[in-house]
Design a protein around this ligand. Structure first.
Ligand SMILES: Nc1ncnc2c1ncn2[C@@H]1O[C@H](COP(=O)(O)OP(=O)(O)O)[C@@H](O)[C@H]1O
Ligand SMILES: [Mg+2]
Length: 329
């Protein structure tokens, strides 16, 4: 496929393969996120009744919560083909124009990390989304002219970890704007149970619940833990996984009882040791950590905020009592 060049998963290829094996095959396997799913169902069903393309929609939320998986199920329910591309990987307008003009009616175009698309490329999308038409400028100066090319009625599904960074013209062209929340332990436990079956792993309910508790509210992390626990059990020659095995694997992965990993704890530690518990501005914090701002803001911080380890104040990030207590222990 032409657009494979632009495919990006953001994860290692072996994890990618493993993840694909564990993707929900239909909506009955898509656990939780009921608000998002209920909205999507109505949009899909309406499109099917009208025999038209589904409305464009934006899926936002931290990584690993099921955005790509949902896009796959949407295309399946529409009986359409899904084309997956990564926003920042498209460098030229022409590349996106080629992808758009090759779409069939009712196809789904999934653009991952859509907030990181180059602005000049993004502009191509405006008329494509609104009027199923491309306005292409050919030539330069006085001889320049605009050419219009029709695009098949298609559905754009954008995924973003930061919906706030989306430009206004792009945001307003999405009919649905759906936000993904972290999963509760019960939903995560169900997902782990389902995936353990797919991988032919026998696991005790308490072990499953312990994993769910430590998975940072994120199915991708639950899958990661499950994989490590499986490896561990294989090496130890254990046929059924117990909570003890899970505990040992979590120790090896340096994941604590709250689901925090080394980086999460390092963030808390740095705020405490270098900035007296805060408040500290995000730029200074990232410089001290030697980490990219978007990684801290998109991947780590949302969970620390949600669980109350960290507070966001007008003057910067501050450690809460819970956060401060956690790193003392
Ligand atoms: N609602 C869900 N139900 C079951 N499994 C899920 C769900 N959401 C995510 N997963 C699991 O987590 C993995 C990662 O999800 P993915 O859709 O790639 O997340 P995102 O695109 O938001 O980063 C999937 O392969 C799947 O195994
Ligand atoms: Mg994804």
């Amino acid at each position: 496929m032409e657009e494979n060049r632009f495919l990006s998963t953001g994860i290692s290829s072996s994890e990618g393969q493993y993840e694909n094996r564990l993707r929900p095959v239909d909506f009955s396997e898509y656990i939780g996120q009921t608000k998002v799913v209920d909205n999507i169902m109505v949009m899909v069903q309406s499109a099917n009744i009208r025999s038209q393309a589904m409305d464009h929609c934006l899926l936002s939320g931290p990584p690993g919560l099921g955005k790509t998986s949902l896009a796959m199920l949407i295309a399946q329910q529409l009986g359409s083909e899904l084309h997956i591309i990564s926003g920042p990987a498209i460098e030229k307008k022409g590349d996106l124009a080629a992808i758009l003009t090759n779409l069939q009616p009712r196809d789904v175009l999934f653009i991952d990390e859509i907030h990181r698309m180059h602005i000049s490329v993004e502009e191509i999308l405006y008329s494509a989304m609104e009027d199923y038409r491309l306005d292409i400028v050919i030539g330069q100066g006085p001889s320049a002219r605009t050419m219009q090319i029709d695009v098949a009625p298609f559905t754009l599904i954008g995924a973003t970890t930061k919906s706030g960074l989306l430009s206004n013209p792009l945001r307003t062209r999405f009919m649905g704007n759906l936000h993904f929340d972290y999963y509760g332990p019960e939903d995560l436990s169900k997902i782990i149970g389902l995936n353990a079956k797919k991988l032919d792993i026998k696991i005790q309910k308490e072990a499953q619940d312990l994993m769910a508790k430590c998975a940072r509210g994120t199915p991708r992390i639950a899958n990661r833990i499950l994989r490590r626990v499986r490896d561990f059990a294989l090496v130890e020659g254990v046929s059924e996984i117990s909570p003890q095995q899970v505990s040992k694997s979590l120790d090896l992965m340096e994941i604590d009882f709250y689901g925090l990993d080394r980086m999460d704890r390092k963030i808390l530690q740095v705020i405490k040791d270098y900035y007296g518990g805060g408040p500290v501005g995000i730029e200074a914090l990232c410089a001290t950590l030697g980490e990219d701002r978007s990684t801290i803001e998109d991947v780590f911080e949302p969970f620390l905020l949600k669980e109350g380890f960290l507070l966001r104040t007008p003057r910067g990030r501050e450690l809460s009592d819970k956060g401060s207590g956690h790193i003392q222990s």
